[in-house]
Ligand binder design. Sequence first.
Ligand code: PFF
Length: 457
Amino acid sequence: MQTSQGRGVWGSRMGFVLAAAGSAIGLGNIWRFPYATGQNGGAAFVLLYILFVILIGAPVMIAELAIGRNTQLNPVGAFRKLAPGSLWTVVGMLGVATGVGILSYYSVIAGWTVGYFVKTISGEFSTIIAKDISQQIFENFVGNPYSAVGYLFVFIIFTAYVVVGGVSRGIERWTKILMPILFILLILLTIRSVTLNNAAEGLVFYLKPDFTKITAGTVGNALGQALFSLSLGMGAMITYGSYISKRDNLTISAGYVCLFDTLIAIIAGLMIFPALSFVGLKPEESGPGLVFVLLPSIFAEMPGGFIFGAGFFLLLSVAALTSTISLMEVTVSYMVDEWKWKRVNAVIVMSILAFLLGIPSALSTGASGWFTDLPLLHMGFLDLANALLGNYSLTIGAFLISIFVAYKWGLKSVFKEIELNQNIFYFNKFWAFMVRFICPVAIFIIFVYIVITGEYF
Ligand code: PFF
C-alpha cells in the first residue's frame, strides 16, 4: 500500500505491531539481556529493567510513534518539520548515525548466530558435553577473521535483501511469518530448560532479588537495556511510526510492542539461567559469549538436541534479522526522503558502510590483538561500540526526545495526533506526567551518575 506521498504504509495494525515487535525483539532480548542480567546481579536488575520499560520505555515509544506518524518522515525530516530551522534536527542525525553504528556491530553477533546454525546442522555439537570445549569452539570461531568477517557480510546481505523489498512487501511480509515461529521455539526450549537438573539454583538467581547488588552501573545498564531492547532513542520507532495508518490507535500498538518485547526477554532469561546452573557456570562470569558457549553443551545433553539447537540458532538469526531490518530502514528512509535517492541505491550504500564499519568489531573478539584489547581502554572494539552506541547514545536520544515532545512540540500536539479518528489515548495523564517529569529527570540523573562513577564499562 502507498500513501499520497508515495511512501509505504503498513498493511494492517497487526502488520505494524509484528514489524515493530520484530524490531524490538532480537539479540537484545536473547543474547544481551541474559548476560547483562548475569553481570548485574540477577533479579534486582530484572526488576529495574521492567520498571524502566514501564516508566520510560513505554512513554518514549508513544512519543516516537506520534512524531513518526504525524510527520510521515524519517527522524531527521521529522524534527526539521516539527521544529524548522532549529538544532533539533541534530537529534534526528544522532539517531541516524547511531543506527548505522549499531547495525555494524549488531550484524557481527547476528553473523555468529548464522555460523552457529551452520555448525549445529553440520553436527559439530552432537557430541560435546564439557563447557570448556564449548568455550574453545566459540573462541576459535569468533577469533577467526575469515568466518567473523564472512558471516558479517552474509548477514548484511540478508538484511539488504529484505529492506530493498520496501515496507509492506518486504518487512511486513517476512515478519508476519517469522515472529510466531520464533515465539513457539522459545517456549519449547524454556520448558526443556526449567526441567533440567539443578534448574532451581539458576531460577533463584534470576527471580529472587538481592537489592544489595544494585549500583550506579546496574541502574544505567538496566535503562540502556530497556531502551536498546525496545529499539528506542534513535528514531527507529519514528521511522516505523511514519508508516502507520492514521486510523490506528498508537497507544494500543505501543502497548503490544512493549508487552511482547518484555515477555520475550523474561522468557529468554527463564531459558538461560536454569541451563547455567545445570552446566555449573556462574552467572556473574557471563559475557557476550554466554548463549554461544552455554547452549551447545545443553543441546548435546538433550534428547532431540540437534533439532532444538538448530531451531534455536535459526530463531536467533531470524530475531536478529527483523531488528537489523529496522536499523537499516532508519538510514534508508533518511536517504530516500531527504536525498531523494532510489531505495535500492540507498540500501547498497548503507550495506557497504555498515559492512566496513563492522569489520573492527568482527576482528575484536580475538582475530586482531589491537581491536580485541584497545590501547588505554582495555576493552574490545565491539564492547566499546555496544556501550557507547547501545547504551549512551540511546540514553541521550531518549532524553532529548522526551524533552522535545514535552516542551517543544508540545503535549497538545501529541494528544491531537493520537486521538485522530476518535481514537482513545489510554493512560494519557500517566503518559503526560512521565514524559514531562519522570523521563527527562530520571534519565538525566542516571546519566550523570554513571558518567561520574564511570560504571558503564
Ligand atoms: N531492539 C533490538 C534488540 O533488542 O535486539 C536492537 C535494536 C534494533 C536497537 C533497532 C535499536 C534499534 F533502533
